[in-house]
Design a binder for this molecule. Structure first.
Ligand code: ZN
Length: 268
């Protein structure tokens, strides 16, 4: 039994570390974060979900892997990824991926470890410009760079909502699938904290500006989200990302910091 516990702890690599996962950039995000679960564990769980999501989409004939819409998103992703080292050096070696799912869903995410998902619904229904796509994608990438998902899973772990036994479940087992679904709840379903949102806004704004996308795209896209959230059926994205006047005010206040980066940025 004792040996099993030891193996389990080693597998999960439970650790209590308090540090900032990212460098501050010009926007100056540098809060210390409490992490109780290893990045590796969270990435593994996220990958189980991502693989399953893409497999399901493929089976349904909804996974878009070529064509104008896919190429457009891929171009934005490639340009943004060139600048992730502004915030953390190791992210240049991440296995970045992009999944485009053809569904009328207003949502976009970036899973831990750099696994981006966009739905055609968010691009089409909000009639997103490239600058606006870059702002949403930059924001989502920032959540991943900053490991906000890992922070939330750590909090769930501290509250015993997720156990080390679940996190250490054998690969491809039913138990692992269940644990991954539990983790997904903390990664994608619960609304982000205001603080995490502010951090992702700031870092996403800088990423987009450095990649040569007009930072004002962040203002216009959140206005579109705001209009959307006043509708009867709140979209997935607005339920996890409350769009309020504070967010737009904060983004507007940060424009002078990032505009010089946009002005000198390469458009490639
Ligand atoms: Zn967010």
């Amino acid at each position: 039994m004792k040996r099993e516990v030891l193996i389990m702890l080693a597998a999960v690599a439970v650790l209590a570390a308090c540090a900032s996962t990212t460098k501050p950039g010009v926007v100056g995000v540098q809060r210390q974060q409490l992490m109780l679960v290893s990045a590796d564990t969270v990435e593994k769980m996220a990958l189980v979900n991502y693989t399953q999501q893409n497999r399901d989409a493929q089976v349904a004939g909804k996974l878009v892997t070529k064509g104008a819409e896919y190429d457009r998103l891929k171009r934005v992703a490639t340009r943004l990824q060139k600048h992730v080292t502004t915030f953390r050096d190791d992210a240049a070696q991440w296995n970045w991926q992009l999944a485009l799912i053809d569904a009328p869903v207003i949502n976009a995410t970036c899973a831990p470890g750099g696994k981006i998902t966009f739905y055609t619904g968010i691009v089409r229904q909000l009639k997103l410009t490239d600058d606006e796509i870059a702002s949403i994608m930059g924001h989502e990438i920032a959540h991943a760079l900053r490991e906000h998902g890992r922070e939330r899973v750590s909090r769930a772990y501290a509250q015993n909502a997720i156990t080390s036994t679940a996190l250490a479940a054998a690969p491809n087992s039913q138990a692992q699938l269940e644990a991954a679904n539990a983790v997904a709840h903390y990664l994608y379903v619960l609304p982000n904290s205001r603080q995490n949102e502010s951090e992702a806004d700031a870092m996403g704004l800088e990423l987009a500006a450095r990649a040569g996308y007009k930072p004002e795209g962040a203002i216009s896209v959140w206005r579109k989200m705001q209009a959307l959230s006043q509708g009867k059926q709140p979209a997935e994205f607005t339920s996890t990302h409350p769009s309020d006047a504070t967010r737009i005010k904060e983004l507007t206040a940060m424009l002078p910091k990032v505009t010089p980066l946009y002005q000198v940025a390469s458009r490639k």
